[in-house]
Design a binder for this molecule. Structure first.
Ligand code: F6P
Length: 362
């Protein structure tokens, strides 16, 4: 008997179901012994509470295109897993207990950075773990791509596309805030794909003078609108110069809903232009996976399934140079993958006139 546990952890994204389908179909079709699939409810929470349901072929059939996760998800921060609950047992001990109680052969964790850190911890505790790189943010170290990223990128790009017509009709400046947590992958790609005039990402701190210069230059040049794509984690040069603690306090003391509103009111005050904010928000994680994600999810799921059949564990499935590979969990856990400000895409974006707010227009 082959017993496999599966959970989806952290913020959801498109293609979670497609990935699980890839794992399960590969194992069910390839195993020469009976297989039991244990689906844990709401991420690590289900493993902690031993809350699971038995799943079979029919649960994974017809879900390639379905967004969200059939297992539910939750956030169990890594820093809390050693905390002892009221019953005197820590969360990590409970997870290990559930795994052994069910006599699992392995646990598949579909998760982002925090979840992979916990997966590595469980692996170090002797559990057989395989991680699969989930997140719209694309910030997982050790893989060039995470599933969810391309679907979110399509939604963010469509949002920018749609804003163009109304921005142009009304002659307005739009500040569009795009998800990505502490990194700028989605805003960078969506900004380039959507033809933004300015892209502000956390990896390149901006100067408001430079941002406003772009708006004024466009006005002078006869363009009646401008699009500023802003990462939710965008940071000014002054803010970036602050000690971490002070910056955190500053963000917490913000009275506006988010960074886009601060930037919008400053651009309006300095340029005298009419400025609006647009935020696609959680729609970026919603709906069906795009075709690219369906293919990628099928591949990473199948790779995990093949590893399970070969009894190989302790890694994250990754994309390196468009090849699906296995990277040791210890190598990826606890690291973030940032955009390299010197990368070719940024150089190319600059050469077509996109500003990153860090330098004046030459
Ligand atoms: O990690 C995915 C993500 O959507 C980030 O882009 C964003 O910062 C965060 O999750 C939002 O989290 P929540 O769903 O808890 O609001």
């Amino acid at each position: 008997m082959l017993r496999i546990g599966i959970l989806t952890s952290g913020g959801d994204c498109q293609a979670l179901n497609a990935t699980m389908r890839g794992i399960v179909k590969t194992v069910l079709l390839g195993s020469d012994e009976p297989v039991e699939i244990y689906g844990f409810q709401d991420g690590y929470r289900g493993l902690i509470d031993s809350n699971f349901r038995m799943l079979g072929w029919s649960d994974f059939s017809g879900i390639l295109t379905r967004g969200g996760t059939i297992l539910g998800t939750s956030r169990v921060p890594f820093k809390t897993i050693d905390e002892v609950d009221e019953d005197g047992v820590s969360k990590v001990e409970k997870m290990i207990h559930t795994y052994h109680k069910l006599k699992l052969d392995c646990l598949c964790v579909l998760g982002g950075n925090g979840s992979t850190k916990t997966a590595n911890r469980l692996s170090n505790e002797g559990l057989n773990v395989i991680a699969l790189p989930k997140t719209i943010d694309n910030d997982t170290w050790g893989t060039e791509l995470t599933f969810g990223f391309h679907s979110a990128l399509e939604i963010a790009t469509k949002f920018i596309d749609d804003i163009h017509t109304t921005a142009s009709s009304h002659g307005r400046v739009f500040v569009i805030e795009i998800m990505g947590h502490k990194v700028g992958w989605i805003p960078l790609y969506a900004g380039v794909a959507g033809g933004a005039d300015v892209i502000l990402i956390p990896e390149i701190p901006y100067d408001m003078d430079n941002v406003c210069e772009v708006v004024e230059q466009r006005t002078k040049g006869g363009a009646n609108f401008a699009i500023i794509a802003v990462a939710e984690g965008a940071i000014s040069k002054e803010e970036a110069a602050l000690p971490k603690k002070e910056y955190k306090a500053l963000v917490e003391s913000r009275t506006s809903p988010s960074v886009a509103y601060d930037i919008a009111s400053e651009v309006a005050a300095r340029t005298g232009r009419e400025v609006r904010v647009g935020i696609p928000g959680h729609t970026q994680r919603g709906g069906q996976p795009c075709p690219y994600d369906r293919v990628f999810a099928t591949q990473v799921g199948a790779e995990a399934g093949q590893a399970i059949l070969a009894r190989e564990y302790g890694f994250m499935v990754a994309d390196i140079g468009r090849k699906i590979v296995r990277v040791p969990l210890a190598e990826v856990a606890g690291k973030l993958k940032f955009v390299d400000p010197e990368c070719q895409l940024i150089a190319h974006a600059r050469s077509v006139g996109i500003s990153f707010g860090d330098m004046p227009i030459s």
